[in-house]
Design a protein around this ligand. Sequence first.
Ligand code: ACO
Length: 403
Amino acid sequence: AVDISKLRDQTGYITLDDGYGNTGSCKSAITFIDGDRGILRYRGIPIEQLAERSNFVETAYLIIYGELPTHDQLRKFSDLLTLNQMLHEDMKFHFEGFPPHAHPMGILSSMINACGCFNPSLFADEEVSQFDLQVAQLISQVRTIAAFSYRKSKGLPIIYPKKAYKYSANFLHMMFSDPYEDYELKVEVVRALDLIFLLHADHEQNCSTSTVRMVASSRANLFASAAAGVCALWGPLHGGANQAVLEMLQEIHQSGDDGSKFIQAAKDKNSGKRLMGFGHRVYKNHDPRAKIIKRQCDILLETLHIKDPLLDIAKKLEEAALGDSYFVERKLYPNVDFYSGIILRALGIPTEMFTVMFAIGRMPGWIANFKEIREEEGSRIYRPRQVYVGPTIRSYTPMEERK
Ligand code: ACO
């Protein structure tokens, strides 16, 4: 790769790379992807090993701080998350302002920004840096906001997090407990949710992470940068795809199709349909996260004795697509979103919350990218150029002469 920064603003040439398919926007030491070989590593550690042996909180630490934590570091990090999991009480009034049908991603981005407006040193400990405190607030409170916004949309009373519960268990508690009875936390259910968060924790310079870096490059604060990431993630071609996959599977199921008619439609550019959860800008082989999620999906549904017809349709679609030259030639394989929705559905998470789950998981990656750009010596504001294709020069036409 040519390091264009060495030529800073001097050449007079502008490279045009539609969708940035071949443009490196930064140097990064966080996540490594080899899309041709289906490899994903966080800080050098293969995703398969982390999925097998780590958990979301430990992996979050690894992604943000660069190393696996020692016992002591992990304890301190977990304690800080717990200490900062409550929202400022006045933030409850903000929830009141949203209409019941507001999309949870809209609520999430607004509330993350609101978090940044409340005093971040409220629960400060002298030994903890302002950045570490904000990290803990963001990771911990994004989960509280998500659960509160769900309860609000259902008209249910808010359930506060418990000190004794770990990260993913607390999320399920805040979502599904009621004031009279605590939600029963099954080990397999907590583990499945934790794995979903872990698998989404970072994925190098995708649309939302690049957005976070873009905003961070202007020296905006961590909360503002993360809120912008949520907005970028919302779109159906990015994080919104997990919701779109489930809606697609439901549509196929309701129409009585076994998937074969849909596959034909997805190949027809005029149909307006795509096989959601398939294809990836970087993976031109399998997405390693999809493999892990598919396996976890089978395990979870079996453990919970759930027979989901949507899983059967998903498997049929995958089989049909992998044997179809249209998908094979374009190197379109299932991505992380293809099976994750079925797990989330089995956990009782409503479809409109799927992309929020992705955002909770992606928070460590966004924070690490924020940290990286802020700590980079000589980093400067991101400011891409463009190739102008409009009229070169025209005169102003007075109103009465316009046609
Ligand atoms: N179904 C049918 N055809 C597809 C699909 C699909 N899911 N994805 C790509 N194609 C086709 C395109 O029509 C195009 O065909 P052509 O060359 O004949 O014109 C070719 O494959 C290349 O597609 P692009 O859109 O140029 O690929 P790009 O890298 O820009 O897009 C993307 C990648 C957005 C992921 C795309 O594959 C897609 O829309 N997939 C469905 C949505 C999805 O699952 N998004 C989640 C991505 S992962 C994530 O964000 C977590």
